[in-house]
Design a protein around this ligand. Structure first.
Ligand SMILES: [Mg+2]
Length: 264
């Protein structure tokens, strides 16, 4: 199972912590200028079998990757764009306003807590207020316990998000694998955080593999050190896919392993 033939593979990529470095708050991220050209190249090499799977709204992703409009699952799958430059479809209704208001008030718990409302979900970032974690967690559990029962807490790296129960990233990847452009291919999912776990598992179920980026979540056994490692590997993969058959050679991974795969 070598990653050599571009018509055999599909690539699914998380954004923050995977393609770009995590910033103190989500608005402060910096986007490497070579990221959009790299993804555009990879997308052509894979005949379109490339997608972004992120917790961010698709409008953010489009701003970061302008002018690219890739196939994308946004807000963990609450938003879905099933073709390049296509319309964004919604898979859930808007966030319950009472829940959103209660979560928004949590920014008063400690300085540095940043609340990020996203229409279909709401995230609370505490990277700048790490000691507030126990208080925040208790308050969020309380809010979700008293809310309509279709919300769950989705924790991540210094962030907890209140999300609709049925939109994990794994379900988004499953849905996208049914699209003609991905059908019959083996998915490679790359992610760095708790919400990516279900998508890494889904990739394995579809005969592919899941690659992990080191950080607060994947501490011991990651496949990449950081997003710059991921970008280098994707660039090497694009080079390889563009090479004539017979001369292709799969680019090696920094740690030499192949993450979570069907062979274990
Ligand atoms: Mg991430």
């Amino acid at each position: 199972m070598m990653v050599e033939n571009p018509s055999e593979w599909a690539v699914f990529l998380d954004l923050d912590g995977t393609l770009i470095d995590i910033a103190p708050t989500p608005r402060l991220v910096s986007i490497p200028s070579d990221l959009a050209p790299l993804l555009a190249r990879l997308c052509v090499a894979l005949r379109g079998a490339l997608a972004i799977v992120t917790g961010r709204p698709i409008v953010d992703v489009d701003r970061f990757l302008d002018p690219l409009r890739l196939i994308t699952a946004g807000v963990h799958g609450a938003e879905l764009r099933t073709e390049r430059d296509g319309q964004v479809l919604l898979t859930v209704g808007p966030m319950d306003p009472g829940v959103a208001a209660a979560v928004s008030r949590l920014s008063d718990l400690a300085p540095g807590i940043v609340v990020e409302p996203k229409i279909y979900s709401i995230a609370v970032h505490y990277r700048l207020a790490p000691s507030a974690e126990p208080q925040l967690e208790a308050a969020l559990k309380n809010i979700v316990a008293g809310s309509p029962d279709h919300f769950i807490l989705s924790p991540g790296r210094y962030v907890v998000e209140v999300v609709p129960r049925h939109v994990p990233k794994g379900a988004a990847l499953e849905a996208m694998m049914g699209l003609p452009v991905f059908k019959g291919r083996r998915p490679i999912m790359i992610g760095d955080d708790v919400p990516d776990e279900s998508a890494l598992d889904a990739a394995v179920r579809h005969g592919g593999f899941g690659l992990r980026v080191a950080g607060e979540h994947f501490t011991g056994q990651a496949d990449f050190r950081d997003p710059s490692d991921v970008r280098s590997w994707l660039a090497a993969s694009a080079d390889n896919f563009e090479t004539e058959p017979g001369k292709r050679r799969e680019p090696s991974l920094p740690y030499g392993t192949r993450g979570r795969n069907a062979q274990g």
